[in-house]
Design a protein around this ligand. Structure first.
Ligand code: C5P
Length: 243
């Protein structure tokens, strides 16, 4: 059996989307660091707090997944990736729809910067189609095919550009695996422990058990944990999906 990359580096496979108010960020990191290996910091918190929020996670001994979903001309994206690498983040995201050259330059910039710093290269994930997108959202931005075919196209492009992973909804895990090959890491947001319950703004949702069984390498979960009465209990329930 081929070894997945997280078998070699025993990462925690549950990524917490730290989508909290800036004033609550430090307390949430302290509260959840004993239970969560990787904290996903998105545009909201990073815009409000800047690099110090990355430092807080590192001070807690945990890894940062910097989810700023870069999408710009290749040189600008590469520049952003360089600064992210200097923050020593574990992983980061770019929009795969930013194109081949942008993804390739992002990966090259990460590699070069990590080599200069003597650190490990941040893992770069390509975001395919946001899990909040439905078919009609997709056609409203000019993509006439199915969500699945768009995900397939973007995953194949990300693979060609040499990215390390893909972010896609649970419903597209099979499609991504086929298009991106066995080595690409798959991170799955839109996880809802109880299917049919609260979806928030997510449209393509899945339970943790099902996503893990279909081959998700990482589950990316925010509100179901953050809004829970007992956050630690729901974290351990979700982690059970990987056993
Ligand atoms: O709260 P919830 O569990 O829905 O959070 C999911 C997280 O994953 C959010 O931070 C969102 O930005 C992110 N995400 C997503 N869909 C993608 C890529 C990232 O929902 N395709």
């Amino acid at each position: 059996m081929s070894k997945r990359r997280w078998d070699k580096v025993p990462e925690d496979r549950l990524i917490l989307a730290l989508d909290v108010e800036p004033e609550d960020a430090r307390d949430s990191i302290r509260e959840l660091a004993p239970h969560i290996g990787i904290f996903k910091i998105g545009g909201r918190l990073f815009t409000a707090l800047g690099p110090q929020v990355v430092e807080w996670v590192h001070e807690a001994g945990r890894k940062v997944f910097l989810d700023l979903k870069f999408h710009d001309i290749p040189a600008t994206t590469a520049g952003s990736v360089r600064y992210a690498a200097r923050l020593k983040v574990w992983g980061l995201t770019v929009h795969a729809s930013g194109g081949f050259a942008m993804m390739k330059e992002a990966q090259a910039a990460a590699r070069e910067e990590a080599r200069k710093l003597g650190t490990s290269k941040p893992i770069i994930f390509g975001v395919t189609v946001l899990t909040s997108f439905s078919k009609s959202d997709l056609s409203s931005v000019g993509v006439s095919g199915s969500t699945e075919s768009q995900v397939r196209r973007l995953a194949a492009l990300a693979r060609k550009a040499g990215l390390d992973g893909i972010v896609a909804s649970g419903q597209e895990i099979g499609t991504v695996r086929k298009a991106a090959g066995p080595r690409m890491l798959i991170g799955v947001p839109g996880i809802r422990p109880d299917e049919g319950k609260k979806k928030d703004d997510q449209k393509r949702i899945m339970t943790p058990e099902k996503a893990a069984a279909l081959g998700a390498d990482y589950l990316i979960v925010g509100r179901p944990i953050l809004e829970a009465h007992d956050r630690v209990r729901i974290i351990s329930n979700i982690k059970r999906a990987f056993r």
